[in-house]
Design a binder for this molecule. Sequence first.
Ligand SMILES: Cc1cc2nc3c(=O)[nH]c(=O)nc-3n(C[C@H](O)[C@H](O)[C@H](O)COP(=O)(O)OP(=O)(O)OC[C@H]3O[C@@H](n4cnc5c(N)ncnc54)[C@H](O)[C@@H]3O)c2cc1C
Length: 317
Amino acid sequence: MEDAVRTELMEALRPIVKRKGLLENASLKSYTTLGLGGPAELLCSVTAAEQLPEILRAASKLGVPVTVLGNGSNTLVRDGGVPGLTLLIADGMAEVSDPVPLPDGRYALTAQAGAPLTKLANAAADASLAGLEFAAGIPGTVGGAVAMNAGAYGGEIKDVLLGATCVGMTGETNHYTNADMHLGYRQSRLNDPSLPRELLTSATFALAPGDGDAIRVAMREFNARRREKQPITLPCCGSTFKRPPGAFAGTLIESCGLKGLRIGGASVSTQHAGFLVNDENGTASDYLRLIAEVQRIVFEKTGVRLEPEVRIIGVDA
Ligand SMILES: Cc1cc2nc3c(=O)[nH]c(=O)nc-3n(C[C@H](O)[C@H](O)[C@H](O)COP(=O)(O)OP(=O)(O)OC[C@H]3O[C@@H](n4cnc5c(N)ncnc54)[C@H](O)[C@@H]3O)c2cc1C
């Protein structure tokens, strides 16, 4: 951004967000679970859905590109950082409603986009509502989970989403049904480049009454499986690659003998080959080279092209 544009944008944003909510040249390492990459040129923490139309209008008017982050648990920031305005939709917008009965016997829970998925899953369990057990250990926000149609252990957001409220880049609010959100394997209308850009502000989930104890048991069981099988204590982004048709990325990578393969500070987890971890304070360049090397070897040995699931943002150093 040119200096004059940045100054004008900051002047427009200051009355909308709190003083501490706007940071120049802010390192994004602590805003992503991979903990690498460069800074956001301008980082703005959103604390209310009502702020978004004004923020987006101000950025659009000045032609400033907008990037959105939730918990950054599926995001790789390149070493040169993210030009333009990066919006953080996380703890400042994290309310989860009480359950509301629906005509079909289910109950609706509405969560703001920044609510942790675990908070939503726990709210459902507290109310003995079934359907979100799979989400208990996914470290994303509701916004990131809907955008990615997050899923695990046979469940996915698509199974339980009733509707979503989004805001477009010129500030208009749109309400969508589950079908309108075009949820597919790790995709949605929110990351479909052929559709106008929109940000999620809240989502409503329809959940069936269930047995509270059984729901808690399932959540604990899924979390135990994660702790046993996944390197969840190391900086990572979950599965780095999408599941290729008819196979598992981790199994293919392991079958190629790549567990432990290292480039700089990034390596293929020795615990679960589908997880590429930043275990020795690596750079985005290390991590991207490791992705490319794994893709090259797996393709050579198996003919399968692995596609990254992690969203790669920003510019090279
Ligand atoms: C240890 C670990 C385990 C994981 N396990 C799983 C798993 O089992 N299943 C699974 O599916 N994923 C898993 N993940 C990946 C990740 O947690 C999910 O994809 C999660 O849903 C991402 O949410 P987030 O808020 O962190 O998104 P971010 O990484 O912040 O963003 C991801 C994408 O969503 C977009 N986005 C975020 N918020 C909004 C919004 N409000 N409006 C519009 N777009 C938005 C971003 O622009 C970006 O394109 C795992 C990650 C880790 C680190």
